[in-house]
Design a protein around this ligand. Structure first.
Ligand code: CUK
Ligand code: CUA
Length: 637
């Protein structure tokens, strides 16, 4: 760290590409680590950790402190293991205005909150590539809703939520021309490219997502954000930068401000303007996909309009706080007073004060404006700067005891500092190049504390090699004492970015163990073997099929012809926890089905050649599982 001051910006940029191994650091595993992470056979973990899958597109559920993977929740990528995106019921979940998009890049997660605390109801997730936000129902761990974000490209600044889950918010990563008007010269950035922030309202009772309004801001690229809480409830804070040179920044005191900001957004004020009819209706196209738990069918609708408020015209909903050098993370402490911007290339971490921001806005203590948005003076809103925190600050979380923890990507470490004094208290190496870090409840009003998990970008020598691609990984630290202590390394599914976590009891209390057969309103449900049948409608063949330990009904099917569209609607008649049945047929173009007790799932198959096609249950369900099979005879057309 000694040489830190002497590294010029150019050198800094170079090291930021290749992360360095922390110096002089042995693997300092805590002496009592084994005891602290050991969860005895048959015992449950203390915490649920929901981890983003990055380019894997899914979310994994990990128990802490053991690091055991409990489940992969399919969200934005098809998942052959349980037929997500392959079954007729779930295909509509992956529809977009660009058609069926069966993959995405999933980075950030947000657990629903009530009064600023995790309430265990929903988990929200973003898709970066084709901009979407998903909702996972935590009673079933199923993705039940996906909404596409119009006027947006790269949905990285998302999802972030307000303290009562009034809104889930998504900012565009790429400034873009509005939807439908994208065929313009790239040179016309200044006139045509805008940065949109989407406020997705969450229904109080049904949890349904609806894009209540968008705010049209200048051509910024938005990065991470967090909502205000407590005293700052009603505000949102986004880190942002303007990668193009087209702007009106010349009026600004350039040395300090450069071109990077935290944008403070007064969303309560925006709501007032919306109510007062100040929004314009804009024609757009975006998909809204919902999974109906009673029929167990998803449907996809294309919506065609969105309400847009202009930050420039309305003047007092957006303000810019200068923030040095490519801010990435933007985090709000549990009290709602401190706003922490992490400039990836900055040599310090600025901490802004919400009270000072309010005063600066009231006093119009501005240094200029950027495309109509006032810029408050850096010094007027600064609480303090954390000096020499390390290299490459990215993300900050909190323990609720007045401490902040920031990930340092370039110097591969986590740094603990005191929010009041901005003094560094402790630092610990990570292996290697930590991106996000996460403390259970660490972005809420009431952090659970105790653990910190670092999600690392590179593992190099930490695990058994597996060819050119090595596992991604997380590291668990004990933060209950003054010093952070390394407890455990554990591999992750895909590339982990952000994660969320909370005490297990918040989630276990709501679990649904199976679906009640009597409540199954699926149009092709078969509620008893006596009702099983094969129905032909033109070239469509509907097989109303049941599964129960250990047979299918019907299990021998004749009368199917080459080129028919065969739909196997399989209802699992079991009414007990943890008894799924699988279903697969030879040559089927889709994946298998994995049908939960009381559920109906549908596999579509178009046989291309005459012959005898075996089908079978893929999930070992009883001693007679291997007998759970049948035949489909396919005759020439
Ligand atoms: S990003 Cu991954 S390290 Cu997409 Cu939140 Cu900061
Ligand atoms: Cu049902 Cu194996």
């Amino acid at each position: 760290m000694k040489t830190y001051k002497k590294i010029g910006l150019a050198a800094f940029a170079a090291v930021s590409i290749v992360a360095c191994k922390p110096k002089g650091t042995q693997t300092a595993v805590s002496g009592d680590a084994a005891e602290k992470v050991y969860v005895a056979p048959g015992k449950h973990d203390e915490v649920y950790n929901f981890v983003s899958g990055g380019f894997n597109g899914q979310i994994s559920v990990v128990g802490l402190p053991s690091g055991r993977t409990l489940k992969i929740v399919p969200v934005f990528s098809v998942h052959p293991e349980n037929g997500y995106g392959f079954s007729e019921e779930t295909k509509p979940m992956l529809e977009t205005s660009h058609g069926f998009v069966p993959w995405d890049d999933q980075h950030h997660l947000a657990l629903s909150q009530t009064n600023g605390e995790i309430d265990g109801r929903y988990l929200f997730a973003n898709a970066n590539n084709t901009p979407r936000v998903a909702k996972i129902d935590l009673t079933t761990f199923k993705t039940t809703e996906i909404i596409e974000i119009p006027n947006s490209a790269g949905n990285h600044s998302s999802p972030f939520l307000t303290e009562n889950t009034e809104y889930v918010v998504a900012g565009t990563r790429f400034a873009v021309p509005v939807d439908g008007q994208g065929d313009v010269p790239i040179e016309s950035f200044k006139e045509n490219f805008k940065g949109y922030l989407s406020f997705i309202g969450i229904g109080k009772e049904d949890g349904k997502m609806d894009i209540t309004f968008q705010i049209e801001a200048p051509g910024f690229n938005f990065d991470l954000s967090h909502a205000g809480k407590g005293k700052s409830h009603g505000w949102f804070f986004f880190s942002c930068y303007n990668s193009e040179q087209a702007n009106t920044l010349l009026e600004v005191n350039a040395s300090q401000n450069e071109k990077d900001f935290i944008m403070a957004v007064n969303w309560k004020k925006a709501e007032e303007y919306l109510k007062a009819g100040k929004a314009k209706k804009m024609a757009v196209e975006y998909a809204h996909n919902t999974f109906d738990e009673s029929t167990q069918m998803a449907k996809s609708e294309i919506l065609k309009e969105v309400s847009v408020l202009s930050a420039k015209e309305l003047k007092d909903i957006c303000y810019l706080i200068p923030c040095p050098k490519s801010p990435h993370g933007c985090d709000i402490d549990p009290t709602g007073e401190y706003i922490i911007g992490s400039g990836k290339l900055a040599a310090l971490i600025p901490v802004f004060s919400f009270d000072k921001l309010m005063k600066a806005i009231a006093d119009k203590n501005f240094s200029g404006e950027f495309d109509g948005i006032p810029i408050v003076k850096y010094d007027a809103v600064l609480h303090g700067e954390v000096q020499k925190p390390g290299l490459g600050p990215l993300h900050t979380e909190f323990d609720g005891k007045g401490n902040a923890y920031t990930s340092m990507f370039v110097s591969s470490e986590v740094v603990k500092w005191d929010i009041a004094t901005c003094k560094v208290l402790d630092r610990t190496p990570t292996f290697y190049s930590v991106g996000h870090l996460m403390i259970p409840g660490g972005d809420t009003k009431n952090p659970y504390g105790k653990y910190l998990v670092a999600y690392n970008k590179i593992t190099k020598d930490r695990y058994l090699p597996t060819g050119p691609e090595l596992t991604q990984s997380a590291q668990l630290f004990d933060i209950s004492g003054d010093k952070m202590k390394l407890l455990l390394d554990f591999p992750t599914i895909g590339e982990p970015h952000y994660a969320q976590a909370g005490p297990a009891a918040l989630f276990t209390k709501n679990q649904i163990k199976f679906y009640k057969l009597e409540d199954n309103k699926h149009p092709y449900a078969t509620k008893g073997e006596a009702e099983s049948k094969v129905v032909r409608e033109g070239n469509k063949v509907h097989v109303y099929m049941t599964s129960i330990r250990s047979h299918f009904a019907p299990d021998n099917i004749e009368g199917v012809k080459v080129g028919d569209e065969v739909y196997f609607h399989v209802t699992n008649l079991e009414q007990d926890w943890d008894v799924p049945h699988g279903f697969a047929v030879k040559g089927a173009q889709n994946a298998e089905l994995l049908i939960m007790p009381g559920e109906t799932c549908t596999l579509k198959w178009v046989p291309l050649k005459p012959g005898m096609y075996p089908m079978y249950c893929t999930d070992f369900c009883s001693a007679l599982h291997q007998e759970m099979q049948g035949y489909v005879r396919v005759s020439p057309a």
